[in-house]
Write a protein that binds this ligand. Structure first.
Ligand SMILES: [Zn+2]
Length: 315
């Protein structure tokens, strides 16, 4: 069944459409929300329930995955806001499932495809991020001048807990990896974590050295996460798209995260061994033997990461 609602609502020069559909992945509900800025391509996101009873959703499209928690009494909490200009699509998707206002935004890290939509929400929304991410964000063009209003209002160093009971959200910082300000967001009552881009996709991760990322520290950070957090079964990754042809799946599992931590450890060890053996970066990539053990992993970034790790280990 598809319900298409379009056209009757116009605000400014934005025309919006919401298509409501169902998709039959084990009790989950999928809605598609499209905002259509004048003279631009429509921006379509999909919102999928992690479990209808639990009020946790994943919004996909337009940048990193956005998690949506509809709390019992404190409004709607978003984790990440996608690329600039996509906040309206997130809002449309949220409004399709609840009349509660967005009250809190958690930004997992400084990248524009995770914080860009902040400016599309009310300035009264509380924005939360790790202190290093907040510092990095303050240096972004998007947050210069009037944009500074959409910088984090609240920061933390190691951990921060928001709300309680079913709505509890635990924020953790375990060290550098993708950047130097990556937050792990855990919904303990729901057994679910949003990993941001610490775990963005299956393959060598993007190591943003310019924003404090580290390929040498990355496996340690992931190991600390796996060792420290208990009770999480489902993991919302930064970007992993739904597998082609399969029902939409905006999440993966704790076992997948564990495997990904192992992969990053194996990659670093291979880099160290090759460097010690005097191999060039190209030779080190050619010598990698991870393909057989991690068949689902894309290796597009292997050379870039080998170079980044070589640079970090020193010539
Ligand atoms: Zn990122």
């Amino acid at each position: 069944m598809t319900i298409h609602a379009d056209g009757n609502r116009e605000e400014g020069n934005m025309r919006r459409a919401i298509a409501l559909g169902t998709l039959l992945a084990a009790g989950t509900l999928v809605l598609a929300a499209t905002s259509r800025p004048a003279n631009q391509e429509p921006r379509t996101v999909t919102i999928q329930s992690m479990d209808v009873r639990e009020n946790l959703y994943v919004v996909s499209g337009g940048g990193g995955h956005t998690a949506v928690l509809v709390t019992e009494t404190d409004g709607v909490v978003l984790v990440d806001t996608k690329l600039a200009g996509w906040g309206q699509s997130i809002l449309e998707a949220v409004q399709a499932i609840t009349s509660q206002p967005v009250t809190v935004i958690i930004n997992t890290h400084t990248h524009g495809d995770h914080v860009g939509g902040n400016a599309d929400f009310s300035a009264t929304v509380e924005i939360v991020a790790h202190e290093n991410a907040a510092t990095r964000m303050a240096g972004m063009d998007a947050f210069a001048g009037a944009g500074a209003e959409f910088l984090p209002d609240r920061t933390f160093g190691d951990t921060l807990t928001l709300f309680e009971g079913r709505d509890q959200i635990d924020l953790y910082y375990f060290g550098t990896g993708h950047t130097d300000g990556d937050t792990v967001v855990v919904f303990p009552a729901l057994g679910t974590a949003h990993m941001g881009d610490l775990f963005a996709f299956l393959g060598p991760p993007y190591i943003d050295v310019g924003n404090g990322g580290s390929g040498v520290a990355y496996p340690d950070t992931l190991d600390r996460i796996v060792a420290s957090i208990a009770g999480v079964r489902r993991v919302i990754p930064g970007h992993i798209p739904p597998p082609p042809g399969s029902p939409m799946r905006g999440w993966t599992t704790w076992d997948d995260l564990r495997e990904y931590a192992r992969f990053n450890r194996d990659f670093l060890e291979a880099a160290r061994a090759s460097k010690e053996a005097g191999r060039s970066v190209d030779e080190a990539v050619a010598a990698l033997d991870l393909w057989a053990r991690y068949p689902e992993y894309g290796m597009d970034r292997a050379a870039a990461n080998m170079q980044a790790i070589y640079d970090e280990l020193g010539q």
